[in-house]
Design a binder for this molecule. Structure first.
Ligand SMILES: [Zn+2]
Length: 397
């Protein structure tokens, strides 16, 4: 990196790259400030790294000192952006909850969504490390290996149904996928246990405050459907802790229930015998994939012809009913709709549907307004199912 910061600024970061970097810095800083069990020197090194990223993206004109940076990290993430940049939704994101002081559990998901947009924005960023952060994800490459549609479906389907599992349950895994699975990290372990989310099977986050331990899925939609538990710390207990569900989940209208089941009781599993996919794979394949597979299963049993990921993922679902009605569907399950709008606005959406989970139904009008110009049609999953079933002349749900 021979260039000065000012030169790099001139060579131009797009708004998309700047927003991703701000969120990336916020994520590192929030980890440093909230993660128990990291040493003071480690904490300082992480904060300095995050501060460095922020200085780089603001340039010398808008530099801020370390103390001020620590303050900014507790405000909305848009506060890290250089003045004059459009916040793109980051004005509503707090990396650290101002009330509880906890790290936002969706932070990594949001970072992934903004990274995806930055990756799509065309012009490569000037720094090698940032280009690396933006590299295509490994899972897609492994799914596509050998250019075989049937193998693609089998591999991707396996990962969605097994975001994590015991070594025994993963034995049926197509061998080429083994690179995607790793050990359960510390922040998802209590004692020797981890706790798979009943909806996605991925080990939930573990947060201990005093005597109470909270266990919650990283996905907001799964938490809303009940994937959030508590137990009391008991150092003398031999077996796994007994999880108590915090709430039974928000009421889901009958027509959305087959596509968004409620979370039941969660069970502990031995962490040492568990393997899980990484966060990016979970966020970009497993979470939306559960809705893709639910639509696939439910609409097929009602008589529609459904194909998954045609042309090795030209889109997610091809749904056909007699007399030539066809829906080409992309399922988008996101933490924040702003990066989704940015990534789709410039694409030709003619003839295609963007389908969002019903929990995002309040965002449907905004998505329609923003995306109809490029030809996309937008609806919730239960509306799509209702419309397909009407064409089939069968009942939904
Ligand atoms: Zn989950």
């Amino acid at each position: 990196m021979g260039k000065s910061v000012a030169d790099q600024q001139k060579s131009g970061f797009s708004d998309d790259h700047v927003r991703f970097m701000a969120l990336h810095a916020a994520l590192i800083a929030a980890q440093a400030l909230t993660e128990p069990g990291i040493s003071g020197s480690e904490r300082l090194a992480m904060l300095e790294r995050a501060h460095g990223i922020m200085l780089a993206l603001r340039g010398p004109t808008h530099a801020v000192g370390f103390a001020e940076f620590r303050g900014l990290v507790r405000g909305p993430v848009s506060g890290l952006l250089p003045p004059g940049r459009s916040p793109g939704g980051l004005e509503r994101v707090h990396a650290i909850d101002p009330e509880t002081g906890e790290r936002l559990v969706d932070l990594e998901s949001l970072e992934g969504e903004f990274r995806h947009v930055a990756r799509l924005s065309g012009k490569a960023p000037p720094w090698p490390w940032l280009r690396e952060e933006l590299a295509e994800n490994k899972a897609f490459e492994l799914f596509r290996k050998g250019n075989d549609q049937a193998a693609y479906e089998q591999r991707r389907g396996f990962v969605i149904r097994h975001a994590a599992g015991t070594l025994a349950s993963l034995r049926a895994m197509p061998g080429e996928l083994s690179d995607l699975y790793g050990e359960v990290p510390m922040e998802r372990i209590y004692d020797r246990w981890c706790f798979p989310c009943p909806l996605c099977r991925w080990p939930m986050s573990v947060r201990a405050t005093g005597d109470v331990v909270r266990v919650l899925c990283d996905d907001r939609g799964h938490r809303e459907r009940g994937a959030e538990y508590l137990f009391k710390r008991d150092d003398d207990k031999e077996g796994p802790p007994d999880l108590v569900q915090v709430h039974r989940g928000v009421a889901v209208p009958a027509r959305a229930r087959p596509l968004a089941p409620a979370a039941g009781q969660a069970r502990a599993q031995e962490a040492a015998k568990t393997r899980m996919v990484g966060h990016e794979c979970w966020r970009s394949h497993v979470v939306p994939g559960l809705l893709e597979l639910a639509l696939y299963d439910e609409l097929r049993t009602r008589g529609a012809t459904v194909n998954l990921w045609p042309g090795m993922d030209s889109y997610d679902l091809h749904i056909a009913v007699p007399l030539d009605r066809v829906w080409k569907v992309d399922v988008k399950d996101v933490a924040l709709v702003d990066p989704l709008i940015t990534s789709l606005e410039g694409e030709d959406g003619r003839g295609k549907w963007i389908v969002v989970p019903d929990r995002l139904r309040l965002e449907e009008p905004l998505l329609k307004r923003k995306l109809s110009r490029s030809g996309w049609k937008v609806c919730t999953a239960s509306k799509l199912a209702t419309e397909v079933c009407r064409a089939l002349e069968v009942a939904w749900p």
